[in-house]
Design a protein. Structure first.
Ligand code: NAD
Ligand code: UDP
Length: 318
């Protein structure tokens, strides 16, 4: 039976809405009183992530691959569809590039026909293995165009190019956000990304797999903070296009992350060192001064708090 929540003011399309970030965004925007059209091909997203939303009034799911055109009527578009974990985006690299590039063209075409705003979930990967730290939006990056990560990095870079060309050529209202590493409940246990890997390994007592010497750094943002930042970005005035960095500037090494997770789970897991994957960036730390100024936003959830919430989710799941 459908629950009677108040009916939304906007009808919002979220591509990749059954994925990790997308499902949280669907939930938040639905709770804010909007109608949601969640589009996903279930490549890395799952029905489980949106099961609780399916019976709710104002939520609609459409099984669709965005590399094919989509004809729907909506007031706003968030384009999140694309696998984000290295093992998933490298599984079928051609499809990853198609999703980023053909998918962007299809969603931009839809936004153009409807005359609506469109948000692009871009990534810190557009900076590649950065030689500047922290990374400001003005940095053009250091990206290998032919390596195993290129399908994702270059696909997302090309998508940014398309967004800005649609903006210049067709006056489209665009919002391009460069998202840094996000973690939280609803990451897949076999997702392959570092936070979920380490938590699942720690909870099951298996060795924690550090790739390389563990001195590479990342800066992790809890999903609730990121969702807030995405919505604020969409609601900036029409002149604002981005790109805008969204993430938590608290930088830690992967080895420190492993130790933190072992301590928080009181795990008996040992640490195992494996070869570092090709082109794995040595550092990542967002310069978020633009987000602070334009959005009046900064991350609120500290790493230990966010990790504890994520650990609680995986404990329940496993
Ligand atoms: P995810 O893999 O959990 O979600 C991606 C979703 O897109 C999945 O539900 C998947 O089934 C769907 N999808 C993939 N290809 C599709 C296609 N061709 N058509 C329709 N649906 C398709 O990943 P996520 O972490 O939720 O990431 C969401 C977006 O945010 C991605 O675009 C990703 O590049 C971007 N991003 C995420 C992070 C992060 O740390 N989570 C960081 C930077 C950027
Ligand atoms: N990583 C690791 N062990 C794992 C998974 C990842 O040491 O089991 C490392 C990985 O090599 C990278 C960092 O953790 O240096 C972050 O990896 P992730 O795949 O989460 O994201 P990305 O590399 O895209 O930032």
């Amino acid at each position: 039976m459908k629950s009677e929540i108040s009916y939304g003011s906007k009808r919002i399309l979220i591509t990749g809405g059954a994925g990790f970030l997308g499902s949280h965004l669907c939930e938040r925007l639905l709770n804010d009183g909007n109608e949601i059209l969640c589009v996903d091909n279930y490549f890395t997203g799952t029905r489980n992530n949106i099961e609780h939303l399916l019976p709710q009034y104002g939520f609609e799911f459409l099984h669709h691959d965005i590399t094919f055109p989509l004809y729907v009527e909506v007031d706003e578009i968030y384009n999140l569809a694309c696998p984000a974990s290295p093992i998933h985006y490298q599984y079928d690299p051609v499809q990853t590039t198609k999703t980023s590039v053909h998918g962007a063209i299809n969603m931009l075409g839809l936004a153009k026909r409807l005359g609506v705003k469109i948000f692009q979930a871009s990534t810190s990967e557009v900076y590649g293995d950065p030689v500047v730290s922290p990374q400001p939006e003005s940095y053009w990056g250091n990206v290998n165009p032919i390596g195993p990560r290129s399908c994702y990095d270059e696909g997302k870079r090309c998508a940014e190019t398309l967004f800005f060309d649609y903006h210049r050529q067709h006056k489209l209202k665009i919002k391009v956000a460069r998202i840094f590493n996000v973690y939280g409940p609803r990451m897949l246990p076999d997702d392959g990304r570092v936070v979920s890997n380490f938590i699942v390994q720690a909870l099951s007592g298996s060795p924690i797999t550090i790739f390389g010497d563990g001195n590479q750094t990342r800066s992790f943002c809890f999903v609730d903070d990121l969702v807030e930042a995405m919505i604020r970005t969409m609601n900036t005035d029409d002149q604002f296009t981005g790109p805008i960095n969204l993430g938590n500037p608290h930088e830690i090494t992967i080895k420190e992350l492993a130790e933190r997770i072992i301590a928080l789970t009181s795990s008996s897991s040992t640490i195992e060192f494996h070869p570092k994957p090709e082109d794995d960036p040595m550092s990542r730390k967002p310069d978020i001064r633009l987000a602070e100024t334009v959005l009046g936003w900064g991350p609120q959830v500290e790493l230990t708090t966010g990790l504890s919430r994520t650990i609680a989710y995986f404990k329940e799941l496993i």
